[in-house]
Design a protein around this ligand. Structure first.
Ligand SMILES: *[C@@H]1O[C@H](CO)[C@@H](O)[C@H](O)[C@H]1NC(C)=O
Ligand SMILES: *[C@@H]1O[C@H](CO)[C@@H](O)[C@H](O)[C@H]1NC(C)=O
Ligand SMILES: *[C@@H]1O[C@H](CO)[C@@H](O)[C@H](O)[C@H]1NC(C)=O
Ligand SMILES: *[C@@H]1O[C@H](CO)[C@@H](O)[C@H](O)[C@H]1NC(C)=O
Ligand SMILES: *[C@@H]1O[C@H](CO)[C@@H](O)[C@H](O)[C@H]1NC(C)=O
Ligand SMILES: *[C@@H]1O[C@H](CO)[C@@H](O)[C@H](O)[C@H]1NC(C)=O
Length: 642
């Protein structure tokens, strides 16, 4: 028997061990490898089926671990109101997402899926989450740092449920309040919208100093991938008709609707969603020049482009009338991930066949997959694909509710204060014998939250989630000796005979979303106008308007003593009472023009003919007119000395 000399034995063993580890070592799974090396290594291993699976985002109702495994699905979403169970807890969300994730991880290459949801004013599909004011109110605050904190809180609440991707922010520049999505827009002024993109580093984390332009960035397990939407011109459609045609020249598109995309990309936004709308008659979902030519090539956006819900179906009119064409036009225009709420196998089959017949070049598929994988690698999804319950107490936490309450305070706009200059009604006295609270929106959490809350279209009433109505906030704020009488729609005789010191009337719009919110008349619903008439005709009154946009007010404004725009404040109604009763000052300035009558529309600040009821930037009764508030008006500090 020949004895190997020791050094040779060592060498043999070494080779054996190296060969063994090499078999186990997958470069793409090594977080120490550079990003591009990981992407390249993984792409090299992928089949066409695996690549097209990555491009498919399916609705959770279609998803199961087996489906994810069988079709190599890259992403799952919850549509508005699509929840694992009514009033589901953080645990049941986490379990659902993790179960699906295990399906994805059990595939040959184990590429994790990314789960997306419309967390557009807080984590708004989830019971007991903090619901922040809708964007129309946040634009009023003109406070980017506040937006960043809201983004960070939202990211924590979304992660608390195991979800890694929020379809927010909407950076539409709404130019016509008749649009049913106007409340999703921060302002008619693109500069305000641009500054509000600070919510992106809140959601995703601060961009490292050495990051390259356009490269997406998401800071890990307490942050989520964000989505700037809807690219581009969604807020500029004719007469504010949802999903319609934005008629504007190239310079107009670039100077009004595009700027906030530059800010978002500079801040490392991970994804961009394409708009349903058309630009000068061309559907954005099929617009190669803007999606690929401008967004990807000129602006150097390196994250992924996602379609809207059935966005490719709607490339044709009627939708889905030529699906082959839709897939071809959408993917060739530059869509990387396609949102598929219905028949996802139809998409996969169609796209596969178009790639196999060279209608869609493989290079286009590779571009899409490279972008999707880049986001997944950057955010650490391969290292941390499964969620735990460590963040569950973040959902609706007291700290986040305090933040939302601060946002509510800063989003209120005082439009009128007293019938005469020297007779202001606000701040309302806390200690009086008896006050009246009235109106359809005084004790209605659902109305306060608006659309995209628990359900896509929102829900009326107080059972939808946990929060504070304006009525209960008023009761908590007044002196214990003050009697608060609440009547939804009192007649004038009741008001007159009751000897109220004053009345608070809360009226407005009922919840809506998207096309269902399109309105030609922008009138507040009955009995709102009657309540204003009955109450304000009989006693000194303040009207608080809860609405997703300016609404018709001119006929009533002379009869009311004070008027406040509260927008859609969300669950923390206490913020309204904080300011009405003077614990904090009014600091909000209109971020939209308040029209007199709908026939003036569209009418925006800077227009040649500008004759609003209340102008953009309106400060009536705020810091400038309100001596006592001057020291605090920029700071939302508590008023000590009233
Ligand atoms: C970027 O650099 C500045 C100073 O140049 C530093 O204050 C900041 O913390 C850095 N930010 C990050 C995210 O590294
Ligand atoms: C815009 O709306 C009109 C009226 O509803 C409709 O006929 C037209 O097809 C729409 N255009 C687009 C591009 O959606
Ligand atoms: C559908 O679109 C395809 C691809 O553009 C085209 O070849 C075909 O003729 C269209 N079919 C119909 C029925 O319009
Ligand atoms: C989905 O589309 C495929 C292919 O077009 C079709 O065969 C199938 O019946 C569709 N399934 C459903 C549930 O509509
Ligand atoms: C809501 O969340 C808070 C904070 O996590 C928790 O203390 C509370 O019990 C929850 N309420 C309900 C009704 O689930
Ligand atoms: C305003 O339009 C809506 C439909 O968008 C309609 O239901 C309502 O009755 C109209 N209101 C008035 C006062 O005309």
């Amino acid at each position: 028997m020949k004895i190997f000399p020791i050094p040779i034995l060592c060498l043999v063993l070494l080779c054996f061990c190296a060969a063994f580890t090499e078999a186990e070592y997958l470069k793409y799974k090594d977080p120490k490898q550079p990003l591009n090396v990981r992407i390249k290594d993984l792409m090299m291993r992928m089949t066409i089926e695996e690549k097209i699976g990555q491009m498919s985002q399916i609705e959770r109702k279609l998803a199961s671990p087996d489906i994810l495994k069988k079709y190599f699905i890259g992403s799952v979403l919850s549509g508005g109101g699509s929840v694992p169970a009514p009033k589901a807890s953080a645990e049941s969300w986490v379990n659902m997402v993790n179960e699906l994730q295990k399906g994805a991880l059990s595939t040959r290459l184990g590429i994790p899926m990314i789960y997306g949801i419309d967390a557009v004013h807080g984590h708004n599909n989830v019971y007991n989450a903090t619901i922040f004011p809708h964007n129309v109110g946040l634009g009023v605050t003109r406070d980017p740092e506040l937006l960043k904190r809201i983004g960070a809180a939202t990211a924590l609440e979304v992660r608390a449920t195991g979800i890694q991707y929020a379809f927010a922010p909407c950076i539409a520049v709404c130019r016509d309040p008749r649009w049913g999505r106007c409340y999703e827009s921060y302002s008619e002024d693109h500069k305000i919208v641009q500054s509000m993109t600070e919510i992106i580093p809140g959601l995703q984390g601060d961009l490292p100093n050495n990051s390259r332009k356009g490269v997406p960035f998401v800071a890990g397990k307490t942050k989520v991938a964000a989505c700037a939407k809807h690219f581009v011109g969604d807020g500029g459609t004719v007469k504010g008709i949802d999903e319609n045609n934005t008629v504007i020249d190239y310079n107009g598109l670039l100077s009004i609707h595009m700027p906030a995309y530059l800010d978002s990309i500079r801040k490392g936004v991970a994804t961009v969603m394409v708009s349903y709308s058309s630009w000068n008659g061309k559907k954005m979902h099929a617009n190669y020049d803007l999606v690929t030519g401008f967004l990807k090539n000129k602006l150097k956006f390196r994250g992924f482009v996602i379609s809207d819900w059935q966005g490719i179906d709607k490339i044709t009119d009627p939708p889905h009338s030529n699906y082959s064409y839709s897939v071809q036009a959408g993917v060739l225009a530059g869509l990387d991930m396609v949102m598929l709420p219905e028949n996802f196998t139809e998409f996969i089959d169609e796209l596969t066949s178009q790639v196999k017949t060279n209608i869609i070049p493989m290079s286009r598929i590779n571009d899409a997959v490279r972008r999707i994988l880049r986001v997944k690698f950057v955010m650490g999804l391969f290292e941390n694909p499964l969620a735990d319950l460590s963040l569950k107490n973040q959902l609706g936490s007291q700290e986040h509710r305090e933040l939302a309450r601060e946002a509510v305070r800063k989003s209120l706009v005082l439009l009128k204060n007293g019938k005469r200059a020297n007779e202001p009604l606000v701040p309302l006295p806390k200690k009086v014998p008896k006050i009246l609270v009235a109106g359809s929106h005084a004790d209605n959490l659902g109305n306060q939250c608006g659309g995209w809350t628990m359900e896509w279209q929102g829900v009326q009433g107080n059972d939808l989630t946990v929060g504070t109505t304006i009525l209960s906030a008023v009761k908590k704020t007044v002196d214990p000796s003050t009697q608060v009488v609440y009547t939804k729609n009192p007649d004038s005789n009741f008001v007159r005979t009751n000897k109220f010191s004053y009345a608070i009337v809360v009226v407005g719009e009922v919840p809506y979303a998207e096309t269902f919110g399109d309105s030609k008349n922008l009138s507040i619903i009955e009995p709102g106008p009657s309540t204003i008439k009955n109450v304000c005709g009989a006693v000194k009154c303040i009207v608080v308007v809860v609405s997703g946009r300016p609404v018709v007010m001119e006929p009533y404004v002379a009869h009311i003593d004070a008027l406040v725009a509260a927008w859609l404040p969300g669950t923390e109604g206490q913020g309204v009472a904080d300011v009405l009763f003077g614990d904090y000052g009014f600091i909000g300035k209109l971020a939209r023009t308040w029209f007199r009558s709908v026939d003036q529309l569209p009418m925006n600040a800077g227009d040649l003919h500008y004759d609003p009821l209340f102008p953009f930037g309106n400060v009536i009764g705020s810091c400038l007119n309100y001596n006592i508030y001057i020291p605090i008006c920029m700071h939302d500090k508590k008023v000590d000395a009233i």
